[in-house]
Write a protein that binds this ligand. Structure first.
Ligand SMILES: [Zn+2]
Length: 153
């Protein structure tokens, strides 16, 4: 029979009193969880949310930095993007991510012209010169550049 574990805790972050609850498979498991939680404590829902948001933001910033440093290794310069400041920042990050993937897949930058003889390659490659930040944002979930990234050039 399922058992409900419930334990009163003091938030380790803000000091607020809160009740932590969990549905367990049986009473023993529920008791163990209550004891465990009383021992280690926990954060209230509000503090947990703040913590998760901060983690998400940090992960995003880390990814943005990785995209930027990866793109910096690309010998080809792409045109500046156009749009609002916010759009440009986002779109630049998206484009950097794609360029980084190309850098990581060891794209042969000195052979782009040669490779462009292949219309399928050229079609994808030309997208990298699209300057509309909005286009990059609108297409962020589209599997573009698969042709370029998926192959070793
Ligand atoms: Zn709290």
């Amino acid at each position: 029979m399922m058992a409900k574990a419930s334990v009163k805790l003091t938030c380790t972050k803000c000091g607020a009193e809160f009740t932590a609850q969990k549905t367990c498979y049986n009473r023993t498991e529920a008791d163990n969880w209550e004891n465990y939680m009383s021992r280690v404590g926990g954060t209230c829902t509000d503090c947990w949310k703040v913590e998760k948001e901060a983690e998400k933001l940090a992960a995003r910033e880390k990814q943005t930095a990785e995209n930027a440093s990866g793109a910096a290794q690309c010998p080809v310069t792409f045109p500046a993007l156009e749009g609002s400041e916010k759009q440009i920042a986002w779109a630049t990050d998206l484009r950097n991510g794609i360029i980084t993937a190309m850098v990581n897949s060891k794209a042969q930058w000195d052979k782009i012209e040669e490779l462009s003889a292949n219309p399928e390659f050229k079609k994808e490659w030309d997208k990298l010169n699209i300057t509309s930040a909005k286009w990059w944002i609108d297409n962020r979930f589209t599997k573009i550049f698969k042709f370029i990234i998926g192959e070793k050039y």
